[in-house]
Design a protein around this ligand. Structure first.
Ligand SMILES: Nc1ncnc2c1ncn2[C@@H]1O[C@H](COP(=O)(O)OP(=O)(O)OP(=O)(O)O)[C@@H](O)[C@H]1O
Length: 300
């Protein structure tokens, strides 16, 4: 049995002559909150539409809970709920009526409506016209609409786009509640790492249609561990003296190695000076995740 809610194998998609998704192999573990990150135009929405079978390409290899979506379309779609681009809301109907309408369409009992309103924190606004909702309330209603069929997998395309800090926190808390209390797997796209950093358990970073990083949030954090950067007059001799120490980067007369401790850094300084090397600068550096994200996405 696959432990993955979503798996794509070498997914490629073209709009005319433009390849917008390139050889994409996503692995979204069951129960995860998977942050699907990338700058504007990276191919996130296109990928989500392929996952929902709204777009198809000849090279499609999409597995939902281990089963090929092309041969199990209806069964796969039943297990998914989605909020892509703007939520499909009738502004002249109340939040409650929008949900009742969706239940009728899907042949689901209407008693789910109160539960959904409560889950997304819209009970008090249930009878207000949805057209008068704030952006954040509309997004939450959109999520409630995606949840009425009780899907195991939720695909949310930039659900916090345009929201104020409070709206962002509300969506973040809702995602955490859905994953932890209701055992949903959530794929959530964003162009801002900071927005999903505290929510996601796993991250996939995409740029120009290519997957540049995929792993747990801790693995991403590991990439931003502190380093020591040394600038010297004799780089070759310095590297020889460093012996088996891992060299993370060598650029001109500077070398970057992993930071162990302040003691180690002082010892390195002494070692270099005792061997006649001029140490122009020595210091620690640490990339915050946002800079790391920019670094990763500017590489391709
Ligand atoms: N219907 C379309 N026809 C032609 N090109 C398209 C179409 N939809 C998207 N594209 C192009 O495909 C590329 C990927 O777009 P996509 O919307 O998937 O990116 P995204 O990562 O979701 O970006 P954003 O954060 O801006 O929504 C872009 O260059 C976009 O211009």
């Amino acid at each position: 049995m696959s432990n993955l809610a979503i798996e794509t194998v070498g997914l490629t998609y073209n709009f005319g002559t433009q390849t917008v998704v390139k050889n994409l192999s996503l692995q979204v573990p069951k129960g995860s909150i998977y942050g699907f990150l990338g700058p504007n135009g990276a191919g996130k929405t296109t990928t989500i539409k392929i996952l929902l079978n709204l777009l198809k390409s000849p090279s499609d290899q999409v597995f939902i809970f281990g089963r090929d979506i092309n041969t199990n379309r209806i069964a796969s779609l039943k297990r998914m709920g989605a909020l892509v681009e703007q939520p499909a809301i009738y502004g002249h109907l109340s939040g409650k009526e929008n949900l009742v309408n969706r239940c009728l369409l899907l042949g689901i009992k209407k008693n789910k409506v109160a539960e959904m309103l409560s889950l997304v924190g819209l009970t008090d606004a249930a009878n207000k016209k949805a057209g008068k909702y704030s952006l954040g309330m509309k997004q939450r209603l959109g999520i409630a609409l995606a949840l009425v069929s009780d899907p195991e997998l939720l695909l949310l395309d930039e659900p916090t786009n345009g929201l104020d800090p409070n709206g962002i926190i509300e969506i973040r808390n809702l995602m955490i509640e859905l994953a932890t209390k209701h055992q949903k797997t959530i794929l959530v796209s964003s162009h801002l790492l900071a927005e999903i950093e505290r929510t996601a358990t796993h991250v996939g970073i995409i740029n120009k249609g290519e997957l540049l990083f995929q792993g747990t949030i801790n693995e991403l954090h590991d990439l931003s561990k502190p380093t020591v950067k040394v600038e010297v007059d004799d780089i070759e001799k310095t590297i020889a003296l460093l012996g088996p120490t891992e060299i993370l980067q060598q650029k001109g007369s500077t070398v970057t190695i992993p930071f162990q401790s302040r003691e180690d850094m002082a010892n390195l300084n002494t070692l270099l000076v005792q061997n006649g090397i001029k140490v122009y600068t020595i210091g620690t550096e640490r990339k915050d995740l946002e800079n790391l994200f920019l670094d990763i996405t500017s590489k391709n």
